[in-house]
Design a protein around this ligand. Structure first.
Ligand SMILES: [Zn+2]
Length: 303
């Protein structure tokens, strides 16, 4: 599968190469023993774009195989190792992959048919879906930086999972769902003034700007920044409590938005801000952490 198209390819050769690409795009490994599937190089995560792992290489070597994530005694996933290595979103995907007690051989299957066998009929569906999955990737260094920052935040896995999805721009905001080809009202459900995309929902929306201002961080949202840059800057803030409060406030904004959309609960900026502070303190209290001091309003340079 390594051949290149080359200079002045014949029609037949060109057809073979594009067929090869179609087959590569739609094939993934199902895990048996995991010995023939490389964690970071092969296609095996059923819900990821291209079925590949996005979490940057860490803990294990670049060529490590999936078998290294399986406890051969209990024949189950090594949960501790998996949660150490992968983003919460990917860790959950891996843990959801069923393992057979017999640990059969790994098998390359065609993802788009139930029986796993290739069919021309399903390629059309695949190409359409693959376009939807084609999420613009941040540059890998930025990806790595943000992943590390999300990982370090002191917060429960559900919050880390949310932050990772926010950073990857895969949260189902109305604007994003529209780009995936579903017709839907894209207006922001909070202010009804602009399209609901992640920059609007977490930075530009006036109700959200009030939330940031009311929060213990007392932030003025910078007008020239993108959400991605703002996120990297705050999540990697040396003040652990500040970055934690920042991440949890984002999460509380998303929760408030979902309560409004799905349960018609009004979005109250003050309440969202205090819910973030309360949650942070309860979490830190439960963690028995050291006494923490809330940064007073504007004590941290928000820019
Ligand atoms: Zn809005």
């Amino acid at each position: 599968m390594e051949a290149q198209i080359g200079f002045q390819p014949s029609y037949a050769w060109r057809s073979i190469c594009s067929a090869k690409r179609v087959i590569e795009m739609g094939s993934r490994w199902t895990i048996g023993k995991g010995q023939h599937v490389k964690i970071w190089k092969d296609c095996w995560l059923p819900n990821n774009a291209g079925f590949k792992v996005c979490t940057p290489i860490n803990v294990l070597e670049a060529d490590a195989c999936v078998s290294q994530l399986i406890d051969s005694n209990t024949r189950s996933w090594n949960r501790n190792l998996i949660s150490q290595i992968f983003s919460p979103f990917e860790a959950q995907q891996i843990l959801n992959i069923p393992l057979s007690w017999r640990l059969p051989n790994d098998k390359l299957i065609w993802h788009w048919e139930k029986d796993g066998n290739f069919s021309v009929r399903s390629t059309h569906h695949m190409i359409k879906e693959a376009d939807n999955l084609n999420i613009p990737e941040a540059s890998s260094s930025n990806n790595q930086e943000i992943w590390k920052a999300v990982w370090k935040i002191k917060a429960p896995p559900s919050v880390k999972n949310f932050l990772w999805r926010l950073a990857k721009d895969i949260l189902p905001t109305r604007g994003r769902i529209k780009r995936k080809g579903l017709s839907l009202d894209t207006i922001c459900p909070l202010c009804f003034e602009a399209e609901e995309n992640r920059d609007h929902l977490f930075m530009r929306c006036r109700l959200v700007q009030q939330t940031w201002f009311c929060s213990s961080l007392g932030l003025h949202v910078p007008s020239q920044r993108s959400l991605q840059d703002w996120l990297v800057e705050w999540l990697s803030n040396k003040n652990i409590l500040a970055s934690q409060l920042f991440g949890i406030t984002l999460w509380k904004i998303w929760q408030g938005r979902n309560l409004l959309v799905f349960q018609n609960t009004p979005f109250d900026p003050r309440f969202r801000a205090s819910a973030a502070t309360d949650f942070t303190f309860e979490f830190n209290g439960a963690e028995n952490s050291e006494v923490v001091v809330v940064p007073t309003s504007h004590s941290i340079d928000p820019w």
